[in-house]
Design a protein around this ligand. Sequence first.
Ligand SMILES: Nc1ncnc2c1ncn2[C@@H]1O[C@H](COP(=O)(O)OP(=O)(O)OP(=O)(O)O)[C@@H](O)[C@H]1O
Length: 317
Amino acid sequence: MAAIELEGVTKRYGDVTAVRDLDLTVEEGEVFGFLGPNGAGKSTTINMLLDFVRPTSGTVRVLSRDAQAESVAVRRRTGVLPEGYDVYERLTGRQHVEFAMRSKELDGDADAVLERVGIADAADRRAGGYSKGMRQRLVLGMALVGEPEILILDEPSSGLDPAGAKEMREIVRDEAERGTTVFFSSHVLGQVESVCDRVGIMREGELVAEDSIEGLREAVGGEEQLVVTVDAASEADLEGVRALDGVSSAATDGGTVTVSCESDAKTKVIGALEDAGVTVKDFSTEEASLEDLFLTYAGGDGADAESGDVTGTEVAE
Ligand SMILES: Nc1ncnc2c1ncn2[C@@H]1O[C@H](COP(=O)(O)OP(=O)(O)OP(=O)(O)O)[C@@H](O)[C@H]1O
């Protein structure tokens, strides 16, 4: 059964289309990595699952319920770790979990929750004195209150050191093994790679790739990455390149054009750029890795600005 279903979902804020005609299904028990650079539409999508934001058009269903009409029932069965959520400095860890239990109108064992996220020893300490990693664990613990069927984590590893990010992934894995569906947003591929069954890559409000990690690897397998140094290339200059047989994607940051293509398409790519009036200064090829694929799909300025993070090397195991 599908845990999350979006059909033809668009969200506009005035002139900005944050999400455009999104179709996405996440099956029960799946760990789904929702990737994309800043501004790609990830948080807007998450907010629509929880009815914090209403779609301009399209339908959103969570656990077979309409996310708008049955939002209370959806939220009861969903645990959320919102992006950038911080703790109450003066409350202890246990008080935080008790607060989460009260707000879900549940009784339960707060210490057991703290045990599950590995901070039981700090239950009586004020959260103001917690490290960043402990705070993130605490917020995750609050999300786990009531044994949610779906766990929605918006950038759960942001600000964590490599060890903390690794522990976060282990907790996600443990939850998945209990049968929980996990929807995990990140702009760092390295963080989702080891935990996700499948990933979706958003770019400028659209889902530009959706596959298992193996599927993405296979998709890259037969292709090469062509990196072309140019005088100047705009998105419009890439139209001819994208139309070529054997080219799966192309991106530009102005001075460099990155193209994923079959090996024998390389000469045609250079030709198409020259036909568009672009001066080619140099080019090199490399076999595309999963990271390259992500960058190519996620493309644009956002990914370039984040490229240090996107490689995810800081969390490599
Ligand atoms: N309340 C709002 N009003 C106007 N524009 C908004 C609003 N919320 C989001 N946007 C715009 O919608 C687009 C998508 O934003 P969103 O926050 O969903 O992206 P994101 O992928 O979650 O990015 P990040 O990784 O930075 O959180 C952006 O252009 C953003 O500026």
